[in-house]
Structures are given as structure tokens and as C-alpha cells.
Design a protein around this ligand. Structure first.
Ligand SMILES: Cc1ncc(COP(=O)(O)O)c(C=O)c1O
Length: 369
């Protein structure tokens, strides 16, 4: 039986049908477990090594990403930096996004480059060429914040002949928006802080894939370095996954409607959304994405115009995250992203579409629809 995405998300977090047991997942916040006289690594022993709630979450995440296994971490950056430490060494050539999440770039240049890793920064449209010289290619698509798209199948074809490892950050798309492993990636990494958890109230991250060697070394890295996810947060992500299908459909519906409205609004200089038929990324996005996501990138006149939009709106919150239930706006130049001062990332929440459009339209200055 092939299920739809809401059903798959629900099944992924369903507990076994045992009479008398809770229907939903249960958090196990233990640091210490009873241990027997003999060493047995299959048994839970200590909270930095084992946790039953992680295992439930990892099983669900692996299922959603189409992976053999997943390893959870205390944030998206904990997952990314742990993975990069495991798969690079002095002499490795690593490609990272020039137009993706800025702290990945910062980690590569500030931490890995001084330790002998050659770091090449490439924009989405340069990734395939850059992959020709690489041992590890780290791609992010759609990119945060510009929403450019990398052709993942083509990139995987570039990586394969040289044996370069292809890692894809699936945070903005989520596994309901795209399946990088099925498109040829070796590993997926993501922040579950965003749409997966979905309620602006925790940080979490994970790596998923079919490379048993890397997954095993990541488990060891997590044990030794300790960037673990709390059991309560793991449980909240599991709860979030149960409604992911519903929420993500609304995020995408709101984003598509908002992008259409903004592209003809006089206060808007430009709009990017991979679902817009005339967006430069639409062709590739339509081939590789199942849904176009909940984020719209918009350029307004200047800094004041972004502040005025948030200030006049009844529904928008100014916040630097995305994928939550409330629609949020972030002026990305304030964080140093290479974008114009009036560039804002709008992460659509789950408000009723008509309410959200009317609110943003009036906050932009009342030009009629
Ligand atoms: C694309 C992308 N990857 C990774 C991260 C890092 O995730 P976290 O904030 O959970 O560490 C972010 C955070 O915004 C992101 O946007």
C-alpha cells in the first residue's frame, strides 16, 4: 500500500499497537539506566550514548527521507558540523554554498579551512562545475534565503565518477518537499527546528542516509563530542511530525498564493518562489520537488519598507527562523547575507490564506488586489 504524505508522517510516529500502552510516543528523559554485571552495548546505559526517544525519532526521520538510518542531534548546526568533521580531513576539498545558510559557510572557513580542508564556495548555479574538483559537495536547495534551486540529479552525476560524497541540506524543502536520496545524494542533513518540529519552540537536527560507515562514525562522534538532542525535544519533534503533512500543505498553499499576489504588487521590486511558473528555478524545481515549500523571498524598497510591513501587519511576526505555524519575516541583510537591504524572507505559517493575503496586502500600503 502506498500512502500519501500525511498518512506516512502519522505512521512514522505511531507506537506499536499494544493494548494498555499509550497510542502516541512517550519521552524517556533518562541520563542513567540500570546496567547489569556484564557489558552489553545493545542495552541502554547512559544518556549521551543511548535514548529510546531518539531511536523512535530517528526511525521516523529515516522513513520520511527514504533512508536506511538517521542520527539525531541537538540542532541543525550540530548535525552539519558533526557530519563535516566526520567526512573531511586535512587535504579534503569541500564545496559549500555561497548563497546558502551563512553559518555553514562560516564553520567551513573558520574551523575546517585552518585544519587543512580546502573550502570552495559556490552558488547554486556554480555547484555542478565546482563539484568536478571536490571530495565532498554540500548543497542546499532551495537555498536559504535566495530560493535558488540546484539540479540534484545532475549534481549527483557530476559527483559520482570521482567518488565525491554528495550531502544535501533538506531544511527548506523538508522530506515532503523533496527526496534528495532518491535523486542521487549520499546523505541528507537538516534542521528539524523548522517545519518538522514546526512550532517555534525547540532546536533539533539530523543526518539521514544509506552510508552505514558514515552513520556509524556519526554515532561515535555524537557520543564523544556530545551534541545530543534532549529527550523532551525529541518527543516534541515526534509530535510535530504527526501534523507535518497538514501544516506543510498549508505553508505551501499560503506561499504560492502570496508569491502570486506579491509579483504584481507595486511596492515589491522582485519575488522569488520556485513554484511561480516564471521563476528562474521553476523548471528544475518542478522536476525534482514534490511541493515548492513555504518560503517566499521578496525585495522591498529598503530597510524601512520591511520594518513598515511588519509594523503595520496584524499577523506577521519579525523572527529569524522559518517553518513555524506563524508567518514570520526576516530581513536577511542584518545577518550579513549577500542580499539587498530591503530583501525579506517570508516564511508562511498556517493562517487562513485569505486572511494572510489581505493582511500583507494592506500592510504593504493598501494597493488593491
Ligand atoms: C538551511 C539551513 N540549514 C541549517 C540550519 C541550522 O539549523 P539550526 O538553527 O537548527 O542549528 C538553518 C537554520 O536556519 C538553515 O536555514
Amino acid at each position: 500500500m502506498t500512502y500519501g504524505d500525511s498518512t506516512r508522517s502519522l505512521k512514522a510516529v505511531a507506537a506499536e499497537h499494544v493494548p494498555g500502552n499509550p497510542v502516541g510516543p512517550v519521552p524517556v528523559p533518562a541520563s542513567a539506566y540500570h546496567i547489569g554485571a556484564d557489558e552489553d552495548d545493545a542495552l541502554d546505559s547512559y544518556g549521551r550514548r543511548h535514548n529510546p526517544t531518539w531511536r523512535q525519532l530517528e526511525k521516523a526521520l529515516a522513513h520520511l527521507e527514504g533512508a536506511a538510518a538517521a542520527v539525531s542531534f541537538g540542532s541543525g548546526m550540530a548535525a552539519i558540523t558533526s557530519l563535516l568533521r566526520v567526512i573531511t580531513e586535512p587535504g579534503t576539498t569541500l564545496v559549500v554554498p555561497a548563497d546558502g545558510y551563512y553559518q555553514v559557510r562560516a564553520y567551513a572557513t573558520e574551523y575546517l579551512a585552518p585544519r587543512g580542508v580546502t573550502v570552495i564556495q559556490a552558488r547554486c548555479d556554480e555547484m555542478c562545475d565546482a563539484a568536478g574538483d571536490a571530495d565532498v559537495v554540500f548543497a542546499e536547495t532551495p537555498s536559504n534565503p535566495g530560493l535558488d534551486v540546484v539540479d540534484l540529479h545532475r549534481l549527483a552525476m557530476q559527483c559520482r565518477p570521482r567518488g565525491a560524497l554528495l550531502v544535501v541540506d533538506n531544511t527548506t524543502a523538508t522530506p515532503l518537499g523533496q527526496q534528495p536520496l532518491a535523486l542521487g545524494a549520499d546523505l541528507v542533513v537538516a534542521s528539524a527546528t523548522k517545519a518538522l518540529a514546526g512550532h517555534h519552540d525547540l532546536l533539533a537536527g539530523y543526518v539521514a542516509g544509506n552510508r552505514a560507515d558514515v552513520i556509524e562514525r556519526l554515532g561515535r562522534e555524537r557520543l564523544l563530542a556530545g551534541p545530543i538532542l534532549g529527550a523532551f525535544e525529541a518527543w516534541l519533534v515526534l509530535r510535530g511530525l504527526g501534523t507535518l503533512g497538514l501544516r506543510f500543505d498549508r505553508h505551501c498553499q499560503n506561499a504560492a498564493a502570496l508569491a502570486m499576489m506579491l509579483r504584481s504588487h507595486p511596492a515589491v521590486a522582485s519575488v522569488r518562489y520556485p513554484g511561480l511558473p516564471d521563476d528562474p528555478s521553476h523548471g528544475v524545481a518542478a522536476r525534482q520537488m514534490r511541493r515548492f515549500g513555504g518560503i517566499v523571498a521578496v525585495e522591498l524598497a529598503d530597510v524601512d519598507a520591511v520594518h513598515a510591513l511588519i509594523g503595520r501587519s496584524d499577523l506577521l511576526v519579525g523572527a529569524t527562523s522559518f517553518g513555524g505555524v506563524h508567518t514570520s519575516v526576516d530581513r536577511r541583510a542584518r545577518w550579513g547575507d549577500p542580499v539587498p537591504p530591503g530583501f525579506a524572507r517570508i516564511s508562511c505559517g498556517i493562517e487562513d490564506t485569505d486572511d494572510l493575503l489581505a493582511d500583507i496586502e494592506s500592510a504593504l500600503g493598501g494597493a488593491g488586489r
